[in-house]
Ligand binder design. Structure first.
Ligand code: ADP
Ligand code: MG
Length: 573
């Protein structure tokens, strides 16, 4: 035929495909979850688009997903009548990898020497459509975008290239047909041409999908002992094989942990179970249900600009949008989940959501609930909390800068490195409990690393006194310490700023006669140094804060610290 174009996969795509073909995942079943999840997304998108654009020429009368197995041909097809893709969509979405986390992932995978660590990395990384190549040696994708007339056929064996061809009579939506690998045929564990196997996988991974997933009924595929094909009985009866129940709307007692976990994986594209599942319901004037999750690992793109997928908004079971920023502040961007509000318009825009008072109230409650969940974790399960803090502490601390209302709650669940214990971080409450008699303030030191901070001359006086100092080494620490004046009545003080008042031995105090004598002895040296260093420092003072180092540089109480200076410099200020 004419018009078959051959394209090459982008480099990253090729690397990823190689990983798939050589089956790096131990659990191959999940390819079906990925394809069904794509179909489900495509149906969501179509429904939403027809709501927004009344003129769209699309058939929405019977939106569903259909699974077809052909035992003879050893093929499996996942079909949907959703939004579909245009020719350019196919090239863009299927031929390249847009996700910026992917390149990083591939690089880390290459560098990781030991096999267990690689498996670990892989487990964090969802691969989507390409996972079909774990079970298929050829994949055909036939698609037509709703509202367009031309369809597109995409075919590839996953080895370097793919072909694309225009098709005249493609149905609306997308059908992905897998030619199953012959080597899996003998192993019933991997027999994806068996309706039983398919049914089992759907039950396990995709039961909560809110669209019907249909498959030919047992009568059509398994009753005939004599190996006759379903065709001779006419069209096989189709059965819906998922329960389609929105998990967040079901009573907690009816849902197993495993179902929650699978749902989490579906919405987050994570392959690991969540650390916490948080349920919330509100009745009354503004009704909503929410099901939120704290992941057990930070995603690759947590610090990237284009990251997406936080909390999804539904209105009465209808998907409205991903990454609904009106529902969760930036510093809780790692929280995943669903909020289903009863009284919103299906057409609600992001802008309108930001203005909506009810949404603001809901957000306040969600934020408090997440923070109280972390607090409970802290008291009930120290190990879980430690995992949480390691993965998300840096992000959570961003909230100390902007969220005044919850500042105390955030401080409460934060922990920090400290001179008390080099391994175990401490909470502020624990720090305060350990404070020595006569110690009035909470002292901290900021710096690039623990060893830099520990070896700083600023620490000497504190060491000598046996005062604990918080060791703050995240860049964000430089920023929030200026925004947070105190914790439970105790001021937060930098060891590198101002005149440190240790036990009344304030540097500015006139002190006793001994001190007076010292001042006389050093007066000439001090004035000589002040003149010589006038370009570099404001003042040279005789200090009582040092015990072994001859000199140190301190900032004015309101000066920026050296590390913050670096941050500003990096930002071009
Ligand atoms: P992800 O789902 O994480 O975006 P995938 O590799 O699963 O990554 O899919 C890549 C993209 O291809 C999707 O974002 C979507 O735009 C498109 N796509 C895949 N399957 C379908 C489908 N059945 N219908 C419409 N678009 C699809
Ligand atoms: Mg996907």
């Amino acid at each position: 035929t004419t018009g078959v174009e051959t394209f090459e996969f982008q480099v990253e795509a090729r690397q990823l495909l190689q990983l798939m073909i050589h089956s790096i995942y131990s659990n191959k079943d999940v390819f079906l979850r990925e394809l069904i999840s794509n179909s489900s997304d495509a149906l969501d998108k179509l429904r939403l688009e027809t709501l927004r654009d009344g003129d769209l020429e699309a058939d929405t009368s019977d939106l569903h997903i259909a699974l077809e197995v052909d035992k003879e041909q050893r093929t499996l097809t996942v079909r949907d009548n959703g939004i579909g893709m245009s020719h350019d969509d196919v090239v863009q979405l299927i031929g390249t990898i847009a996700n910026s986390g992917t390149a990083k992932f591939l690089k880390e995978l290459k560098e990781s020497q030991d096999a267990a660590a690689s498996q670990d990395l892989i487990g964090q990384f969802g691969v989507g459509f390409y996972s079909s190549f774990m079970v298929a040696d050829e994949v055909t994708l036939l698609t037509r975008r709703a509202g367009e007339t031309q369809g597109t056929r995409w075919v590839s064996s996953g080895e370097g290239t793919y072909t694309i061809e225009q098709v005249e009579d493609a149905p609306q939506g997308t059908a992905v047909t897998l030619r199953l690998k012959p080597e899996d045929a003998e192993d019933h564990l991997f027999d994806y041409s068996s309706p039983w196997k398919i049914r089992e996988i759907v039950k396990r991974y995709s039961d909560f999908i809110t669209w019907p997933i249909r498959m030919a009924g047992e009568s059509a595929t398994s009753s005939s002992e004599d190996d006759s094909t379903p065709e001779d009985g006419g069209t096989p009866e189709l059965e819906t094989i998922n329960s389609m129940k929105a998990l967040w709307a079901r009573p907690r007692g009816e849902v197993t942990d495993e179902e929650y976990n699978e749902f989490y994986k579906h919405i987050s594209h994570d392959w690991t179970d969540p650390l916490e599942t948080i349920r919330m319901q509100a009745e009354g004037t503004f009704e909503y249900q929410s099901l939120l999750f704290i992941p057990s690992r930070a995603p690759q793109d947590l610090y990237m600009q284009d990251r997406k997928r936080g909390v999804q908004l539904y209105v009465k079971r209808v998907f409205i949008m991903d990454d609904c920023e009106a529902l969760m502040p930036e510093y809780l961007r790692f929280v995943k989940g669903v909020v289903d509000a009863a009284d919103l318009s299906l057409n609600v825009s992001r802008e309108a959501l930001q203005q909506d008072r009810q949404i603001q109230l809901m957000r306040r409650r969600l934020v408090k609930k997440v923070l109280s969940t972390v607090k409970d974790m802290m008291s009930d399960d120290a190990e879980r909390y430690a995992t949480f803090w390691k993965e998300f502490g840096r992000v959570l601390k961003e909230g100390l800068l902007g969220d005044f209302e919850n500042r105390d709650a955030i401080l409460e669940v934060s922990s920090f490195g400290s001179t008390h214990d080099a391994e175990q971080p401490t909470t502020l409450r624990q720090y305060v409990e350990r404070m020595k008699d006569g110690q009035e303030h909470i002292y901290y030191a900021t710096g690039e690393s623990r060893s830099i901070v520990e070896n700083s001359p600023h620490m000497e006086a504190f060491q000598a006194k046996g005062y604990e100092v918080l060791v703050l080494t995240d860049p964000i620490d430089e920023l929030w310490v200026d925004a947070v004046p105190e914790f439970e009545g105790k001021q937060l003080r930098s060891v590198a700023k101002g005149q440190v008042d240790l036990d009344g031995e304030d540097e500015s105090n006139e002190g006793g006669p001994e001190r007076e004598q010292q001042k006389k002895d050093f007066a000439d040296l001090l004035s000589w140094m002040t003149t010589t260093l006038s370009e570099q420092v404001k003042e040279v003072r005789l200090s009582s804060r040092l015990t072994t180092s001859p000199a140190c540089i301190v900032g004015d109480t309101h000066d920026v610290t050296p590390a913050l200076e670096n941050i500003y410099r990096a930002m071009g200020q």
